[in-house]
Design a protein around this ligand. Structure first.
Ligand code: KG4
Ligand code: ZN
Length: 372
């Protein structure tokens, strides 16, 4: 992969698609600063993200995150009063315009729209899923890929991206940066959502993925047989709602049979069985792609890509097919502004700036393969 451009491109990127207010500043494909203000503590008492609370919190945090990100990148002094001077160093602004929660997306889109009009900057409207899809390609300021991709020459297409987050589960065929084919996706719940919902049944709190994964380390993965939905059917789509329902019946029966203390003892085995079922479902469909197509690399993205068992099983799978597999640095698995800035950088090189910034709006249900 070669990227030729004459001048350095500095991008200020914002993502408010769900429950993190994320801002980053990039110089080309390298990250100068990244800020994530998490709302987990606010939403966890509700067991999931509450859209209007998310909007309120984004509104509260967005300006501070922007000024801090600019300051940490070496631009400005971190105050809103000094923002105009800081923005002189910025080539373009970027924002996630979808998919995501409408009230949350609106905050980022409105903020960037107003900033762009006031300071006369071009805007890149980025698809959140393209951000996750490309998150292995983020570099640090030494020029190294956080994901461990050994060099620019090792970035080769076509590639298969497995994007597994709280809202999406997608197999994306990348023929080139900016060129995507959606091979398969979930028909109901996302992989992260399955972790979150099953964790709630087990009274383990929110978000469920990290806690299930931690408990699973000491558990027996074959202790409780759980379904791998759609694995017997052809195709590349996923389904996790059947697994969730099976877990619901199963845990209710076990709670009754074992009582609270007995049930608490089997939680590590249950968590391990759940984790195995979710990861297996992903492996089964990805294996089908690897059998039929020959990607030059496999790239992961999304919060669930932080999962250690998933990483282990996909390293094994990809070894079998002799294809390199990369995972984003953990801080770039979950939502972050850096991945949006990276996707925006390539859009900028392709000349894909927003034509009418005043009319820029969010699109909560846009797909990765939608042409704009
Ligand atoms: O990508 P992300 O921040 O949000 C969306 O864009 O949806 O992903 C959040 C999801 C949550 O469902 C969370 O439970 C899951 O990622 N997650 C994990 C792990 N860390 C986060 N799932 C499994 N194992 C983990 N270690
Ligand atoms: Zn996300």
């Amino acid at each position: 992969m070669t990227t030729k451009h004459k001048k350095d491109v500095h991008i200020l990127a914002v993502d408010t698609s769900c429950d993190d207010t994320s801002v980053a500043v990039l110089k080309n494909d390298t990250v100068l600063s990244t800020i994530v203000s998490s709302q987990i503590d606010i939403h966890k008492e509700w067991g999931g993200v509450v859209p209007n609370l998310a909007r309120r919190e984004h509104e509260k945090m967005i300006d501070g995150c922007i000024d801090t990100a600019l300051k940490r990148a070496g631009f400005g002094d971190g105050t809103i009063a000094n923002r105009a001077t800081a923005l002189e160093q910025i080539t373009a602004l970027a924002v996630t315009w979808g998919p995501g929660l409408a009230p949350a997306l609106e905050v980022g889109v409105r903020t960037i729209r107003e900033l762009a009009l006031e300071h006369n900057k071009p805007v890149l409207a980025v698809n959140h899923m393209e951000g996750h899809t490309l998150s292995c390609l983020i570099r640090n300021s030494n020029g190294n890929y956080y994901s461990g991709i050994p060099s620019t020459e090792a970035v080769e297409f076509p590639a298969l991206a497995v994007v597994v987050s709280g809202g999406h589960t997608e197999l994306v065929w990348i023929t080139d940066i900016g060129n995507y084919e959606l091979l398969g996706e979930t028909l109901d719940d996302a992989a992260g959502e399955a972790f979150d919902k099953i964790a709630r049944m087990l009274d383990l709190g929110y978000p469920g993925g990290p806690v299930i994964s931690r408990l699973a380390e000491g558990g027996k993965r074959d202790a409780y047989p759980l379904p791998r939905p759609l694995s017997q059917k052809p195709g590349l789509d996923f389904s996790f709602s059947g697994l969730k329902t099976a877990a619901l019946y199963n845990t209710n029966a076990l709670k009754e049979e074992l009582g609270p203390e007995g049930f608490a003892k089997i939680i590590p085995d249950y968590a391990a069985s759940v984790e195995e079922a979710i990861v297996d479902s992903l492996v089964i469909k990805s294996r089908r792609v690897l059998k039929k197509r020959e990607p030059k690399m496999v790239l992961f993205g999304g919060g669930v890509a932080a999962n250690n068992r998933l990483r282990y099983k996909f390293r094994e799978l990809c070894k079998e097919f002799d294809v390199p597999v990369y995972f984003p640095e953990k801080k770039f698995c979950t939502d972050n502004g850096a991945m949006i800035g990276l996707a925006a950088y390539y859009k900028y090189l392709r000349g894909e700036t927003v034509k009418n910034v005043a009319e820029l709006d969010r699109d909560p249900s846009i797909r990765i393969d939608t042409a704009i």
